[in-house]
Design a protein around this ligand. Structure first.
Ligand code: ADP
Ligand code: MG
Length: 405
């Protein structure tokens, strides 16, 4: 008998053959499968693929196969339950997420009291802003206090409902959910169109709500924007606290700093700014970016000039210009401004380090007529980087970025 993985693989091949859309074909081509307990995990490269897979391909697989599929992007964890990894302690709080965090904390503090200040709490926000983390932190805190907590993504919940109907165990499922103190439902948008699931959830929700049990919901959009979700449910969501989770600039930089520390990378304001400029409002993307830097750093422990990627002087100037926020034109011209002059010397130094060009050639690029001025700049930076570890780190960072980026 073929294994679970082979069955899904075969099904995907069949779907692939019948697909007209090249974009959807590509989604399948880029997906990787792995088996995890009784589920098959579909690893897709990004959020777009995940969305396309869930919307277009998932229903086709599920129409014929009785299998639990979980579609994940590279940095998503497999979270079926609560993971102790996500806590309030390691969630950085700032303007954009303060309200949501406080609401959850206050709710947990008030569990089993006469009434909850906010219930349900509906947290919405774009991908990677920390919704799952916050939901899980809330759950972990409540567990710490001895409460019964259940975390489910709406996809898992829907599958449980379908299975319970088949096995005739709906009453068991209802009792199970009605007995919890805190119910955390993630990615509610995926309940779209699943009427039976919504109905079951609605009944469970009402029971919990009436008994003053906490329900926290995460969604990629506000309640009103949910498509194919019953009005009754949307009204319930709107009756509680609806709060958007955002990533503001200051919090973003605080998160970058924290992640640099975790990864054991140099913590430097210029590096933080640089990462902030090169990433969007998505903490997962930031983590990916830093993880890449880390990987590159370890590769670079054994640099050998001959084997390195070819880097052009233009790339060096561009990178230095972005990093220090000085226009390229200024770096390429002699100047009396001390700060700009130093940055120009760093660019000269890096060009020598990564481009394998003669001193004369480098002189031409930077508009100096003799190679001794180039040599002077290189010596000066060599000396400065020994004296100033921060400068040393910045230069190492730029070098790694140029050679491996
Ligand atoms: P979402 O569910 O909104 O897509 P996640 O909760 O999965 O986002 O967050 C993505 C990653 O970013 C996780 O690893 C999470 O721990 C981290 N993260 C998000 N927000 C913060 C924050 N404020 N402080 C620390 N880590 C965060
Ligand atoms: Mg999430």
């Amino acid at each position: 008998m073929p294994g679970l993985l082979d069955t899904v693989l075969e099904k995907l091949r069949e779907i692939y053959r019948h697909l007209d859309s090249p974009a959807l074909r590509e989604v399948i081509e880029r997906a990787e499968l792995e088996e995890y307990e009784d589920k098959v995990i579909v690893r897709v490269p990004d959020e777009y693929c995940k969305f396309a897979f869930l919307k277009e391909i998932y229903p086709l697989v599920k129409r014929e196969l009785e299998v639990s599929l979980l579609v994940l992007t590279p940095s998503e964890d497999v979270i079926f339950e609560l993971s102790p990894k996500y806590t309030f302690k390691n969630f950085i709080v700032g303007k954009g997420n303060l309200l949501a965090v406080r609401a959850c904390q206050v709710a947990v503090e008030n569990l089993r009291k006469k009434s909850l200040p906010y219930n349900p709490i509906f947290i919405h926000g774009r991908v990677g802003v920390g919704k799952t983390h916050l939901l899980q932190a809330t759950g972990n805190k409540a567990i710490e206090k001895g409460f019964k907590v259940v975390y489910r993504s709406s996809i898992d919940f829907a599958e449980e409902v379908v299975a319970a109907i088949k096995e005739n165990s709906l009453s068991y499922l209802r009792d199970f959910y009605k007995g919890v103190d805190v119910l955390l439902i993630d990615d509610i948008q995926f309940m779209a169109g699943k009427e039976r699931t919504q109905l079951e959830f609605f009944n469970i929700f009402n029971h919990l709500y009436q008994n003053n049990r906490l329900v926290v919901i995460a969604s990629d959009r506000p309640p009103k924007k949910l498509r194919d979700v019953m009005d009754r449910l949307i009204n319930r969501f709107e009756g509680g606290l609806v709060v958007e989770l955002k990533l503001d600039e200051i919090t973003k930089k605080a998160i970058i700093k924290e992640k640099l520390i975790i990864y054991g990378l140099p913590v430097d304001q210029n590096i933080i700014d640089y990462i902030a400029q090169n990433t969007g409002d998505n903490v997962r993307e930031i983590e990916g970016f830093i993880a890449q830097l880390k990987a590159k750093e370890s590769i670079n422990l054994k640099p050998s000039r001959g084997e390195c990627k070819k880097v052009s002087p233009e790339e060096v100037v561009k990178e230095v210009s972005t990093f220090y926020g000085i226009p390229k034109g200024k770096i390429l011209k002699k100047t009396r401004n001390r700060k700009v002059s130093l940055i120009r010397q760093i660019a000269i130094y890096l060009t020598r380090q990564v481009c394998n060009l003669s001193l004369t050639k480098i002189g031409e690029i930077f508009g100096v007529s003799d190679h001794t001025s180039v040599l002077y700049a290189i010596r000066k930076i060599e000396k400065l980087r020994r004296e100033d570890p921060r400068l040393g780190e910045e230069i190492e960072f730029l070098k790694t970025k140029l050679l491996e980026g």
